[in-house]
Design a protein around this ligand. Structure first.
Ligand code: AVI
Length: 322
């Protein structure tokens, strides 16, 4: 653990650079090529993601924040008291603030976040705003099992908070695995509050991932900048462009980096050749129906016990229990 400026300790379980190089080489060697979207979130990538959430086309954050605010009294009634709130991929903490304010008696809060910079900034603000809540931040990749810190006061149960439809960034098989590990983390008396982006008009969804200001494109390309910096690859950022399309059939945004020309790239000590138009798949953002989400949850041994949607049925919050 390493203390922050305000003396808070962050448990550091960040993936080592060797993991990033290994993942990059195996993804770039695969056919079709791909890179894991979790590596978007270095310090700059997390800032760019924050900017995405403020773009007019990117509705999920605005709609979820309004929904969380509106449904909070009912959520507080449905959540057992004295919770240890554990958030996966906590980012800036805007939604956390609403949740911690709305729950009457949260005892402890453990954000699990891969970006140390984003984690430090968010817990330092939360420490000032919620002095009665014990903050136990963990810098880690939440897709792997994370040992939870033990709060110093007794808690009634664990409430996993997983907003933002981040679950949608996983394939269905990986989402089920993550939900299973969430079930283990929360224990037999635990609960999870999960945000899901709902299936809707493809034009609205595609616009959200192709904002006019080009922030999403910069976010996607930052993945290559990060690899260049951290594993010494030599991607030419001007040699690739961002492409995000909605597949109605698979109910997901599929995001690619597309090679603009024939080129060679060296990464992790290996040379990779790209033809013009050749792609690297970098992200999925699945959108859900009640049926598709309930099926995933059931596969993980969980059930939806409460549902809240915004008035247009664009975004949903679901309370899950074992
Ligand atoms: C974090 N995650 C839910 C975002 C999404 O909508 O899939 C990441 C993102 N990628 C491009 N824009 C936003």
């Amino acid at each position: 653990t390493r203390p922050t400026a305000t003396g808070l300790s962050i448990t550091d379980l960040r993936p080592a650079p060797a993991d990033i190089a290994g993942d990059a080489v195996s993804g770039l060697s695969a056919s079709p090529r791909w890179l894991p979207s979790k590596y978007f979130y270095d310090a700059h990538g997390s800032q760019l993601f924050e900017q995405i959430t403020r773009q007019p086309e990117y509705y999920p954050t605005r709609v979820e924040l309004a929904l969380l605010d509106a449904a909070m009294p009912q959520i507080a009634d449905a959540v057992a008291p004295h919770a240890h709130v554990v958030e996966y991929g906590s980012g800036s903490g805007r939604k956390t603030r609403l949740l911690l304010e709305g729950l009457e008696t949260p005892v402890a809060y453990t954000p699990i976040e891969i970006s140390r910079t984003a984690l430090r900034a968010s817990v330092e603000r939360l420490a000032e705003e919620f002095p009665q809540v014990e903050l136990l931040p963990v810098c880690a990749d939440f897709t792997r099992p994370v040992p939870l810190p033990e709060p110093s006061r007794e808690t009634g149960h664990t409430l996993v908070f997983f907003p933002g439809s981040t679950l949608g960034n996983f394939t269905d098989a990986d989402a089920v695995e993550l939900l299973r590990s969430m079930r283990e983390t929360m224990g037999p008396r635990g609960q999870a509050l999960v945000g899901i982006d709902l299936d809707k008009d493809p034009a609205l969804i595609e616009a959200a991932y192709n904002d006019a200001a080009g922030v999403t494109a910069a976010f996607t390309l930052n993945l290559l900048a990060r690899l260049n910096r951290e594993i010494g690859s030599d991607f030419d950022l001007d040699g690739f462009h961002h492409r995000a399309r909605y597949s109605r059939e698979r109910r997901r945004i599929e995001t690619f980096l597309v090679s603009k020309r024939a080129q060679d790239v060296v990464a992790g000590g290996r040379r990779f050749h790209f033809e013009p138009g050749e792609t690297i798949q970098v992200e999925y953002s699945h959108k859900y129906t009640d049926a598709s989400f309930d099926a995933l949850v059931a596969d993980a041994g969980l059930q939806v016990v409460r549902r809240w949607n915004d008035p247009r049925d664009w975004f949903g919050l679901r309370l899950l229990e074992p």
